[in-house]
Structures are given as C-alpha cells and as structure tokens.
Write a protein that binds this ligand. Structure first.
Ligand SMILES: *[C@@H]1O[C@H](CO)[C@@H](O)[C@H](O)[C@H]1NC(C)=O
Ligand SMILES: *[C@@H]1O[C@H](CO)[C@@H](O)[C@H](O)[C@H]1NC(C)=O
Ligand SMILES: *[C@@H]1O[C@H](CO)[C@@H](O)[C@H](O)[C@H]1NC(C)=O
Length: 175
C-alpha cells in the first residue's frame, strides 16, 4: 500500500514536471480549440507559453498576453519592413511596404487601446479592435497581390492574423 502510494506520488510528480505548460494555458487552449475547431491547439499553447507570465494568468490575463504577442509581432514586422525598404529598389514593392508600414503602425497604436480595454473589462471595445487587427495581415498581403509583386511578408502577415485571432477568441471567452 505504502509502496503504491509512493509510486502514485512519483507518477504525479513526473507528470507535472514533464508538462511545462501550465494548467490554465492548457485549459484555455482546449476551450479555444473547442469553440473554434479551425484554430490549432498547439499554436495556442506554443504562443501563450512563450510568455512566462502565462503560468499564473487567468483568462483575462491570457487575453492580455495574446494581445501583447500581436503587438510584439507587429513591432518586429515594422523593423523588418524598414530593413526591406532599405534594400528594395522596385517601386511597386516599395509602395506596398510603405502601405504595410502604415497599417502595422496603426495596429500597434490600436493594440495599446486593446490592452486597456481588456484590463478595464470593456470587452466589447476590445473585440471591435481585435476584429480590425485580424484584417491587417490580409490587407497588407493583398496590397502585394494587387500590384502583382511577391510579398516578402507572407509569414509575418499570417502570424499577425493567427495571433489576432487567438486574442479575439480568448477575449470572446470573457464575455
Ligand atoms: C478557418 O479556416 C479558413 C481556411 O484556412 C480561414 O479562411 C478562416 O479565416 C478560418 N476561420 C477562423 C474563424 O479562423
Ligand atoms: C510572432 O509570432 C509567431 C507565432 O506565434 C512567433 O513564432 C514569433 O516568434 C513571433 N515573433 C515575435 C518577434 O514576437
Ligand atoms: C499560418 O500560420 C499557422 C500557425 O503558425 C500555420 O499553421 C499555417 O500553416 C500558416 N499558413 C501559411 C499560409 O503560412
């Protein structure tokens, strides 16, 4: 009996230490994937776990973390765009990059308002902002398609859409 209890404890500890992902992240991502079958559970877990604060965050905290991830991505995309602009001599590409730069700067501003909306429980405002955030990547991508130049930002635009979608789905869980 004592031996089997010891074994049980050992297995519990083993189980906990092998899953570095916090219970709240797992639970929230499970709900996210149930509500939006389209959305990848693994992407949700990988994205949220990137922030060490996710371990102790409640659902509201995870919505803020997801929104800040969109912000970190957008900020990094802005510097990618500025580097690309220095290297590019093609006028059409330059024009698209310039448009995308404006869109991503506006997005960064809007995400600051989104974080304050979530923390002050103005969830309906937050959802409006995040729905608009969702389109930024697609709008940027579409600019290149319209001028028939190859987009150098496909991955960034896709990440932006995925992360905004994640932030929106989690915010939807709040009410
Ligand atoms: C679901 O997946 C389709 C195809 O990838 C995509 O166009 C659509 O935006 C997704 N919907 C949501 C809610 O993520
Ligand atoms: C942007 O988001 C993607 C997907 O979560 C991630 O792999 C990448 O590291 C992020 N980049 C930055 C700079 O945060
Ligand atoms: C967009 O990002 C998601 C999550 O990282 C990935 O599963 C998907 O394959 C990507 N799609 C494209 C077109 O890059």
């Amino acid at each position: 009996m004592a031996a089997s209890i010891a074994l049980l404890c050992f297995l519990l500890i083993l189980n906990q230490s092998s899953s570095l992902v916090s219970a709240s992240v797992q639970e929230t991502c499970k709900t996210v994937a149930e509500r939006s079958p389209n959305f990848s559970y693994n992407f949700c877990v990988a994205s949220l776990s990137a922030d060490p604060k996710s371990g102790s965050a409640d659902t509201q905290g995870l919505a803020v973390i997801a929104t800040k991830l969109v912000n970190a991505n957008a900020t990094s995309t802005l510097s990618t765009i500025s580097n690309l602009l220095k290297k590019t001599s093609d006028d059409a590409t330059k024009e698209c990059l310039g448009d995308c730069s404006t869109m991503y700067s506006d997005l960064v501003d809007m995400l600051k308002d989104t974080v304050s909306a979530i923390t002050s429980k103005r969830y309906s405002d937050a959802k409006t902002y995040l729905s608009a955030a969702l389109d930024v990547g697609d709008n940027c991508e579409q600019g290149f398609a319209e001028l028939e130049v190859k987009s150098p930002l496909t991955k960034e635009n896709n990440d932006s859409r995925e992360l905004s979608t994640l932030a929106l789905i989690i915010t939807n869980l709040l009410g």
